[in-house]
Design a protein around this ligand. Structure first.
Ligand code: GLU
Length: 614
């Protein structure tokens, strides 16, 4: 079976007619792997496993694992390959969160590789100095230098490899460098995402030369190369990430942010940003303790603030813990789903009120993850009726697990997090596990490729609240990390890995991870079923956003019995109609694992194992 790559879909490799790299077009075919894998959403076996949204990225990880690399080496190889094949979702122009289970110590560690706001960023960064009025979110803020945070991804890879890997950065980047040199086959998702970004990408010659060669999105079935990115990866491999955070590349990044290299004729305003070479030189990836809650005998570890993922998933589990969800799910699925939807609304109210970068605001992480607090929040769930939304935040200073405390007042800001990033799960033969979510925020990030370097800069600072308010934990501040929803999660049972999972999807990441967990733990689904099941997301809004299949299956009951109202996610037939694009690995306890990617969403993902049989 030839290796078709995730994007090829029904198009065969034989259709790969031309190589596209800037303006160069010549006949060729995409990068070939030693072991040409078949794209599958589920793979069961031994000796290590991987799940990503992309067959090239999964193949990179499997190649590393087969050659004796560990899960951390393979995760970096896969992430770097996603920077080539999924450049609109992730890459060294962005940031992310890396969660690692170390089999030897039995401990879970995390790295916070989130982007930071430049030191010179003012409180009114999101106000247009020309008018004194807030910039429009789109197009002004999303396609701008203002929203570019100091990238953390290269530093995350280097730190992860230094702490837990066995490969050098150069060796871990080799598979991705080969894909960038030799090209990958463009599929309909890539083509569509490029088309959707056409106006933004056209505004920057550095971007249009790479992604709009000849003025158009690369055709489905064509092969796209990125020699500039290959050179950048070689530079990082040779010199380490000092070559990114200091020296000529850092100067070019800062110059690109301060003076976005736009065309004279674009109608886009493209405000200038504040990043300097000092900001890059000062960037630090953070070693963080994971969040932890116990849920029905499982230990659930996640990402602590600056992400809201760990606290919000954890709090929602604590809210659900007092209810007999497994029994309810078996006899009355809509009743169980009603509890799920109400729990996330409550947890999102607390997220909005309390969670930001803990270096800048006092985040009550302990209280938010306290099962007594969760129990008290659970009092707010009426088992027979949906609460009117938004619900108010709880009082983290004053709780005792009983049902008589009045809720504190809370304000709800608009949700401006975008819905595109990427996630990967890797395990190895020693039992180590990596769950890693990385992003450049918007699909296509800021739209700005650093000239000659082959990667797009993020627009992550749009994850700050766009209206500055001293009471808001997520207000913009110099050096601060914007609040994230990324929720890479590792679940242990009796000290051993049981399940690792994560997803893209902006703030729906939290509900996707939570829903998948309860599908598996409470609803008795297999891990494949848990990932594939239709999704709904209640983030403390009047109407529940849900995939059409969820509405078709449960909408009538949830509406007539509990009063939930639904809005279909996106427009049917577009990628936005889907919530998330999860990856997961389940550990069966005997060395056997099941790696799972999406069977349908985003064109389906790619799960692989090192050995299908022992
Ligand atoms: N920027 C979002 C976050 O950090 C992720 C974007 C996405 O998932 O598409 O939560």
């Amino acid at each position: 079976m030839p290796h078709l790559g995730r994007r090829v879909g029904a198009i065969t490799a034989a259709l790969a007619m031309s190589v596209t790299s800037g303006a160069i077009m010549s006949p060729a075919s995409a990068h070939k792997w030693d072991d040409e894998p078949e794209k599958k959403a589920t793979a069961t076996g031994y000796g290590g496993a991987v799940s990503t949204v992309d067959a090239d990225a999964s193949a990179a990880a499997i190649t590393v694992l087969r050659k004796g690399g560990n899960a951390v080496d393979a995760a970096v190889a896969a992430a770097a390959t996603l920077g080539v094949t999924e450049p609109y979702s992730a890459g060294i122009g962005g940031g992310g969160y890396f969660v690692y289970y170390d089999a030897k110590s039995g401990e879970v560690h995390t790295l916070d590789g989130r982007e930071t706001a430049p030191a010179a960023v003012p409180n009114d960064a999101f106000i247009d100095p020309a008018t004194g009025k807030p910039y429009n979110f789109s197009p002004e803020l999303v396609t701008s230098g203002v929203s570019v945070g100091v990238p953390g991804t290269a530093a995350t890879w280097e730190r992860a490899l230094k702490r837990w890997g066995s490969l050098s950065l150069g060796d871990a980047l080799k598979p991705a460098t080969e894909v960038a040199d030799n090209g990958f086959t463009v599929d309909s998702t890539f083509n569509l995402q490029t088309e959707e970004n056409r106006v933004r990408f056209s505004a920057f010659p550095s971007t249009s030369e790479l992604y709009l060669p000849g003025g158009a999105a690369p055709a489905v079935g064509s092969v796209l190369k990125n020699p500039d990115l290959a050179d950048t990866y070689r530079l990082l491999g040779d010199e380490g990430t000092d070559a990114f955070y200091k020296g000529p590349l850092a100067e070019e990044i800062a110059a690109t942010v301060q003076q976005p290299p736009k065309t004279a004729d674009t109608a886009l305003p493209v405000p200038k940003g504040f990043m300097t070479t000092k900001d890059l030189a000062k960037y630090k990836v953070l070693n963080q303790d994971p969040t932890h809650v116990s849920y029905r005998g499982y230990d659930v570890y996640g990402m602590a603030p600056s992400s809201s993922g760990g606290t919000t998933v954890g709090e929602a589990l604590n809210i659900l813990a007092p209810f007999e969800l497994p029994d309810l799910a078996a006899t009355d699925r809509p009743a169980a789903l009603h509890h799920y939807l109400e729990a996330t609304a409550l947890a999102f109210a607390d997220r909005a009120k309390y969670v930001g970068d803990p270096k800048f605001v006092d985040v009550p992480t302990e209280a938010l993850l306290d099962d007594v607090f969760g129990k008290e929040r659970a009092c707010k769930i009426d088992p027979l009726k949906a609460a009117s939304k938004p619900v108010k935040a709880g009082d983290v200073e004053n709780y005792d697990g009983t049902c008589d405390v009045a809720p504190a007042a809370a304000s709800e800001g608009p949700d401006t997090e975008n819905i595109n990033t990427t996630n990967l799960t890797v395990s190895d033969k020693w039992g180590n596990v990596v769950e890693y979510t990385l992003t450049i925020e918007q699909t296509g990030g800021s739209g700005i490729v650093v000239p000659g370097r082959g990667f797009i800069l993020n627009n992550e600072l749009t994850d700050f609240s766009t209206v500055y308010d001293e009471a808001d934990p997520n207000r913009i501040q110099p050096g601060k990390r914007p609040r994230s929803s990324m929720s890479p999660t590792i679940v242990l049972k009796d000290g051993d890995p049981f399940l690792a999972l994560g997803s893209p999807g902006g703030s729906t990441i939290i509900t996707t991870v939570l829903q998948t967990l309860i599908n598996r733990i409470d609803f008795g689904m297999s891990v494949e079923e848990a990932v594939a099941a239709p999704r709904a997301t209640q983030r403390n809004t009047a109407s529940v956003i849900a995939e059409q299949a969820f509405i078709d299956q449960y909408g009538t009951d949830l509406k007539s019995q509990y009063g939930h109202t639904f809005t279909a996610a996106g427009t049917p037939g577009t990628s936005a109609a889907e919530i998330g694009a999860a990856t997961a690995i389940e550990f069966h306890g005997d060395g056997r694992v099941t790696a799972v990617a999406e069977p349908e969403r985003r064109g389906g993902g790619s799960a692989m194992v090192v050995k299908p049989a022992r």
